[in-house]
Write a protein that binds this ligand. Structure first.
Ligand code: HEC
Ligand code: HEC
Length: 137
């Protein structure tokens, strides 16, 4: 019995620690207004699609939202998603354009078992922010 309480206390502490250090802020996205600063994604993208796209970025690069999004300036906790102050955001925009171009040019009709396959961030990043590059001489 004592052990159970002890274990429960550890779990609670671990959970609180994770909450405190996790700046993923999915919750914040719930009440996020309509996107105000989209330059690559369709401006009329649905809330669900935007959320899925952003979560896929997190996964593909092995990062959290704050890797590309700048903190809020008004002293409030959380991220300012519309801000372009974090330079990684523009790198990501250029990566999105590159990925679209590669797909259009080289994988336009690339099908397996009748399913159209396209490359994505995951294809190169595979969970890493910095994919392996070749050194040229
Ligand atoms: C790899 C970089 C990257 C990561 C990680 C990332 N984002 Fe983004 N996010 C972007 C880029 C780039 C845009 C702008 C896309 C465009 O210009 O079409 C954007 C746009 C947004 C917007 C729209 C803002 C507006 O008003 O225009 C929201 C909301 C957002 N992201 C939320 C999130 C959330 C929540 C996460 C974590 C789950 C996240 N992002 C993770 C790069 C990223
Ligand atoms: C064709 C391969 C390829 C694809 C596809 C690709 N990337 Fe990249 N990405 C790279 C390479 C290579 C780098 C440079 C790594 C380095 O800085 O050492 C990079 C760097 C980045 C960086 C900067 C990382 C840093 O630490 O500064 C971001 C952000 C990024 N990519 C986002 C994306 C997103 C989002 C997508 C999908 C829309 C994407 N990338 C698709 C190859 C790719």
């Amino acid at each position: 019995m004592k052990n159970t309480i002890y274990l429960a206390a550890i779990c609670l502490f671990a959970w609180i620690s994770i909450q405190a250090t996790d700046n993923t802020d999915y919750g914040q996205l719930q009440d996020y207004p309509k996107p105000a600063n989209l330059k690559v994604l369709p401006k009329n993208i649905s809330h669900e699609e935007l959320e899925a796209t952003m979560k896929a970025f997190n996964q593909a690069l092995g990062v959290k939202c704050g890797f590309c999004h700048a903190p809020r300036k008004d002293g409030e906790k959380g991220l300012d998603f519309a801000s372009d102050a974090n330079p990684k955001k523009d790198v990501a925009r250029s990566m999105m354009k590159m990925t679209n171009k590669i797909n259009k040019k080289y994988f336009k009709d690339f099908k397996k078992d009748g399913v159209l396959l396209q490359i994505g961030c995951q294809t190169c990043h595979n969970g890493q922010a910095e994919p392996v590059m070749r050194k040229m001489h």
